[in-house]
Design a protein around this ligand. Structure first.
Ligand SMILES: [Zn+2]
Length: 482
């Protein structure tokens, strides 16, 4: 745009805002200058405190944030640092609600630890907070120190205003999400359950605002999870010379088993989250797909609509448990009968079902005693026979009402999409403990700029400040404030 036009346009826009009485709203959706400085300082402090598993310490970061809250007027008994050892500390802070509130506290969880980062892999020092070309760079700028910072800033701002929420707000900034054996959420649930007991939990480490060229596309809310399970299909055989083949062949046994799995489709099943997902998506997509989505979410789900939607791999995986062959090793020489054949079948299991149940189904399908089906319980897979992710309760109305309000103010027109993901965040722990958990934040990340766990991790400067303001507005709206 010609530079001359810019001031004119700005004047016209501010005129419009004044006419519509929107000036106050425009101000409210922007982080005030003094709080930008505060947010930046806290973010920098967190990025420059190494909290990786190998050499870092979440205790140091937790203590720094504790001091920030104490300086803001929180009392010492409401802000504690605790953990299994001196390097895996967790911060638990309680913001007291109105006296005599009948509402159970709400919980916010967010991890303080970060994935390892090597200086030589990065363009900048991963543990230096660098502002460059409109971005903040550093390990943890996307995952997930930007949201740790936002929570601390919100607590400080609300305290400064003398704000009293309609219930207690518990904030837990935790250790060990990215690795190691000292997961802070698991440890707190086991050893200090009462301290973090909430009616529901919010977790910025799942779901979130997706943008393209900084423009909001959608706000995903992770509200349930599929389970991950690897099954090994194994057949063995004495083998022999391939010039005199026998009928019994390890490769054929496993190949036949895989064929049966390929031809099987797990039953269609929706829960409250995936139903809400399709209802929301029906407003985003058009035409036949939208009609099919409406047809499968009604009282009598349309079989035809379900079949058509199943042709899309993403929609298909949202409607059912899936199992697919992913690896295979077999035989030992081109001129020998195979002594063994092993295939890996990777399953993503709908909430409310167990790996044991899926294994029984696979055995029934294969119906061949020569093929063994075992659940892989190695560290990489880490699933157990009786694991079960909880079938989600109805979506919490308060959580979503506040989200709709604040999203409409800050990102007008952006759809809110409830999502089912695969157990990748600490929400799997709180959900398993019976605390309904919702994953989202207002920190926009471009759809082609996901750098969590990668090199040169970064977040747009303005996306960070916007996300900090979103966090504050949301927390206030959710707890009875305006
Ligand atoms: Zn994370």
């Amino acid at each position: 745009m010609p530079t001359l036009l810019k001031p004119l346009l700005a004047a016209a826009i501010s005129g419009l805002f004044a006419i519509a009485g929107l000036t106050a709203l425009a101000q409210q959706t922007t982080l005030p200058p003094a709080d930008r400085i505060l947010a930046r300082a806290i973010f920098q402090q967190l990025i420059e405190t190494n909290t990786s598993h190998s050499v870092g310490s979440t205790t140091v970061a937790a203590e720094e944030m504790r001091k920030r809250l104490l300086d803001a007027g929180f009392s010492a008994e409401d802000v504690v640092v605790l953990g299994p050892d001196d390097r895996h500390g967790n911060l638990v802070a309680r913001y007291h609600g109105v006296a005599g509130s009948t509402k159970k506290p709400m919980l916010i969880i967010c991890h303080l630890d970060v994935v390892e980062a090597k200086r030589e892999d990065w363009t900048t020092d991963p543990f230096q907070f660098v502002e460059k070309d409109g971005y903040f760079y550093g390990r943890g700028t996307q995952d997930i120190k930007e949201s740790d910072a936002a929570s601390i800033v919100s607590f400080i701002r609300l305290k400064r205003e003398g704000y009293v929420p309609d219930r207690d707000i518990i904030l837990a900034l935790t250790a060990g999400e990215e690795g190691g054996e000292d997961n802070g959420v698991a440890w707190l649930l086991q050893t200090h359950r009462a301290m973090i007991e909430g009616e529901f939990a919010l977790n910025a480490d799942a779901g979130g605002l997706t943008t393209h060229d900084a423009k909001p596309l959608e706000l995903g809310v992770e509200a349930t999870e599929k389970l991950y399970a690897d099954f090994e299909l194994t057949a063995t055989n004495p083998g022999g010379h391939s010039s005199v083949p026998t009928k019994d062949n390890a490769i054929y046994h496993v190949a036949d088993a895989l064929g049966r799995i390929e031809r099987y489709t797990f039953p269609f099943e929706l829960n409250d989250v995936t139903r809400a997902y399709f209802v929301a998506m029906a407003k985003v997509v058009g035409g036949q797909q939208a009609a099919d989505m409406r047809a499968i979410t009604g009282a009598a789900p349309s079989v035809v609509g379900e079949a058509r939607l199943s042709e899309d791999p993403h929609y298909n995986s949202t409607m059912r448990t899936t199992c697919v062959a992913t690896e295979m090793t077999a035989g030992h020489a081109p001129n020998a009968l195979p002594q063994s054949a092993v295939a890996n079948v990777n399953c993503r299991i709908l909430p409310g079902h167990t790996p044991a149940e899926v294994r029984a189904k696979l055995r029934e399908l294969i119906a061949d005693p020569k093929v063994e089906v075992t659940l892989d319980i190695s560290v990489a897979s880490d699933s157990k026979e009786d694991d079960m992710s909880i079938t989600p309760p109805p979506l919490n109305k308060e959580v979503f009402d506040a989200l709709r309000d604040v999203t409409a103010e800050m990102f007008p027109g952006t759809p809110i999409i409830p999502e089912m993901e695969t157990g990748a965040s600490d929400s799997k722990l709180t959900m398993a403990a019976g605390i309904p958990s919702y994953g989202f934040s207002g920190m926009g990340v471009d759809d082609d700029d996901d750098r969590a766990h990668g090199k040169d991790e970064r977040i747009r400067v303005e996306a960070f400040y916007t996300g900090v303001q979103f966090d504050y507005l949301y927390l206030k709206r959710l707890t009875g404030g305006k």
